[in-house]
Each structure stands twice: as C-alpha cells, then as structure tokens.
Design a protein around this ligand. Sequence first.
Ligand SMILES: *Cc1c(COP(=O)(O)O)cnc(C)c1O
Length: 438
Amino acid sequence: MTTITSAERQALDLDAADPLPTRRAQFHVPPCGAGQPGAGEMAYLAGNSLGLQPKALRGRLGAELDDWARLGVEGHLEARRPWLSYHELLREPAARLVGARPEEVVVMNSLTVNLHLLMVSFYRPTPQRHAILIEDSAFPSDSYAVRSQAAFHGYDPDEAVIRLAPRPGEAVLRTEDVVEFLRADGHTVALVLLGAVNYYTGELFDMEAITAAGHEAGAIVGWDLAHAAGNVPLSLHEAGADWAAWCSYKYLNAGPGSLAGAFVHERHLANRRLAKFAGWWSTEADTRFQMAPTVTPVDTADSWQLSNPPILAMAPVLVSLEMFDEAGMAALRAKSTRLTGYLEELLDEVCAKRAGVSVITPRDPRRRGAQLSVRIADHDVGPLTVRLRHDFGVVADARRPDVIRLAPAPLYNTFHDCWRAATALEAVLDGHAAGLDG
Ligand SMILES: *Cc1c(COP(=O)(O)O)cnc(C)c1O
C-alpha cells in the first residue's frame, strides 16, 4: 500500500496552489510500466533533450495530410493554411519567442544547417582575424561546425577555434571571463559563437554583456539558442546579437529533428554585400514564379531560405508556437523558476548527505534556465539513468563522464515530478531497489 510522506504531500500541495496550473494534460506523457511508482506516467525531466508531443498535433498533421489528399498541388494556394505562405504563419510567434522583430526571423532547415548557412555570411575570416570563440563545453555539433568552417576557409581548426574553459576548480564559464578574454584578445576573433544556455551545465550567459564585448572587440557575435528557446525569455534584438539559430524539438516540443529557427539582426538585413547561398526561396515571393534566372533580393531573414518549406515538419512548430503564445513566456519563466528552485532544494538535501554529488548549474536563478546538472563522482551515470527510468519511472539523461541532467519544463512538469526525481536519485545512489513507495 502506498503511503504519502509529508514531503510528497508538500509537492502535491505546491502543484495545487501554483498560480500557473500545469498544461500536462495537453501533452502525451510517456506511461510507466506495470509495477512502477507514479500515477501511471513518467516523471519526464528530459524535455531539454526531446520535448513531449502536444496532443493537438495529430489533428493538425491530419489536416495537412487531408488537404494534400484532397487538393494535390492546389494545396499550395487552397489548403486551409496555404502552403505557399505557410512559413509566414510562424514568423510573428517565433519572433516573440526570441525577442526579435518579425522580419529578423525565419523557420527553416535544422539547427546545424542554419549554423553553417549563417556562418557563410557571418564568418568572413582574414589572416589577422580568423579565430572563432566557443565554450570548451560546446555541444559537439557546434564544435564540428566551427572547425569545419575554419578548415573550409583554409585555416587550421586547432589554431583557429578557441575553446574557453571555466577557471580551474570551477564547473561553469563566467560571463566576466568571456568579456575579459574579448577585451584582451578580441582583436583576433572573427566570430563568437556561444550557447546562450549551455547544454551541459545549464548555465545562462549574460547575452547582452558578451554581445557588447564582442562588438567592442570588432567581432561578430552569434548565439546558439538550442537550450534557450522556449526555456528563458530572450531579447535578441535588444541584446544586439548579430545572428542566432535554434532547434525546436527541445523545450519547444515540435518533435524529433523538427525544424530550426534563424535570426539575423535588422542591421544586416539590407546589406547586399553579405555572402549568402541562395535557392528559389531566397528570392522575392511576389516574382518567384516568373522563374527568373537571378535572385530578386528581399531584406528579411527569408533571404537565407533555400528550399520550399516542408509543411508536415512546419505544422508541429506552429502548434508549439501557439502554445507558447497562449501560456506567455513571462508566466512560464516564473513557473520554471519555482519548479527549478524546488528541485534544487531537494537535490541539495541529497547532495549534503553524499560526498562527490553536487549540482554544477549556477545557483543564481538569473544565470540558468530549467535545467539542473548533477555531477556524480564514482558512479557510471549511464546505468544510473537506466535505473531511474526502469525502477522509478523518472526520465533524466546521462552526459558522460559524470553528469545527469534534470530539466523540469514548466509546460508539463510538476512539483511532484521534481519530488519523484530527487527521491529516486537518492534511492539509486543508496543502492536501493525499486522504491515501492515511490
Ligand atoms: C541539441 C543541439 C544541437 C543539435 O543539432 P541538430 O542540428 O538539431 O541535430 C546543436 N547544438 C546545440 C548547442 C544543441 O543543444
């Protein structure tokens, strides 16, 4: 028989009293297997890796499939949401999400592809200034992308790519250290490309300060928002970022491998001298079907598009952006801060009792998003997360060598999920078998 402890009761009370009730019922939460604790649903804390499926999506995808079946090629103009201009529907909500002007954003391709397309324009190295500055703990795809860009331009990636590491003994890179580096050595840096929220540590950089320092040094500043979009409020335009890109399958819940976003600051939009790759979706829409042999330039982020948009991949992004508009990023951020703060309190208790277990994410809520990264020495974190999932219905992920990441997403996670995660982690660290009392 299950008894509810006072700690669990507190979590349930926090859920009941929260000013922003969970939208969990609007998502498919993976079920727990028989005999696992929890209310038949996983405590899914891996939304920073792959967000959950909105229930509204199936109907919306079905509508596009029906329009295609019914209309064939006429769907370009006659679908309920005409395909020719479908990507226009995403522009304003995507711009709101990242704090941009509508003409500064476009949804297209996948994230790493967008990083490359934007670097075609914004990484223009010279012998005197060809370095690319990234975090030492940059996501591998970003690291591979910048190394291949440097090599493409004829530079040695080992020399051209500068990886900034935290101070000795520290787990996260300080904003002031990035700024300091740019002051001292920025004259060699052509491009700064950082994750606004680092995927490994969960640290949120001061984007404005770093962007300003990059510009002061004469560098271009781009941001990877993979872990920031839909997680923290963003103001790309105000922060002055030159460009940015993000995927939409993490906090944005648009499905595995779904389309990415791209941002180019207004100050670059009318610059006809920028190097750019082109395709038939780069040209001005009104004259596109005159089939002219040359591009008629447009002064929006659309001019970075190449191909006609994949409608079946765009429908989930539209569903996602509508949910974010409905909930409002400010309310979501406030709830996220409460959830993550609560999880931190519980994890602090777990850490206090065990040597070698610590939260490496910054403690200041302004310097992080929804994710807490827990460093666990002397444990293989791979099997540990398998046990969390199999024995406790708690989904976290392992980042070798020694970190697990827990991300309470405010759209669908609850205080009770946080309680389940902390309790399960404690039990697994203590070597307990499945906690039948949850
Ligand atoms: C998730 C993530 C990616 C993934 O790249 P794709 O092109 O979408 O496969 C890249 N960079 C960062 C920082 C990420 O967090």
